[in-house]
Each structure stands twice: as structure tokens, then as C-alpha cells.
Design a protein around this ligand. Sequence first.
Ligand code: ZN
Length: 145
Amino acid sequence: MAIMKKINLKEIYMGKLEFGGDMLREIADFVKKKGIRIGRIEALGAVQRARLSFYNQIRHDYQTFEIRRPLEIVTLVGNVSLKEKKPFVHAHIILTDETGKAYGGHLEKGTVVFACEIIVESYSGPIFEREVEKETGLSLWTISE
Ligand code: ZN
């Protein structure tokens, strides 16, 4: 059964990321600076190159891959929760090339911003702390008030 908790919208930030910046690092730094413990991230724009990963459900590890050319960010969606008591960003991204072909995956460090418009929502509510689950090998949420 789904485990869902009520959270409340606290603040919304809207802005852009710097040309040449590392997308994941810039988002993570912002979230840490603002002390966001739970939140939501949405973005669009373009990247100079991308580094993403795919979680192998059999081997229980991330397979990282790179796309070394300019791509559009059709959408990035992510969330913020705690991992080892610190704000942690989990984001997935869909990118397209000049033919409209899409690439996507789990956003990793090494994705370089060309232009990026971003909205970050900060919430208040229960603690969402990531802990490794045996079944999946993933760091998933344990939720406590
Ligand atoms: Zn992921």
C-alpha cells in the first residue's frame, strides 16, 4: 500500500543556473544553502553535455553513461529529502537531440549547463530520510513525523 504523508508548501524559488555549471552540483548547493529538507525541483533548458545513470535491478548498481554533445532539457523532475541527515537531491532528466530523439535517466554530476530555468519548492512536514532497502538495494525513504 502507498505510504503518503501530508506536507505543506513553505517557499518557492525561481531562477536560472549558470552557463558552464555542473547541474546537479548547483542544485545541491542551493538546496543545502537554503536548508531545504523536503522539496520538489523542476527545470528546463539545455545542456552542453550530459552524464546520467540507469539502475540495474539485477546487479543493484548504477550504470553511468555520457552523452557528449548539446541537448535540450525537455524536463527535469526531482525531489529533496535527507540522506545521512543532510539535504539530498534526487533528479531524473529527459534530454533530446536535433531529431527529437530522447535520452533520459538519473542525473549525475558531470552534466554541464548551457541554459537552465529552474523552480524549487521547499516544503515543511515529516522527515524523509533515505536508508538502503534490502529488496532494491536503493536508498529509499523512511518517513517519520
Ligand atoms: Zn534515480
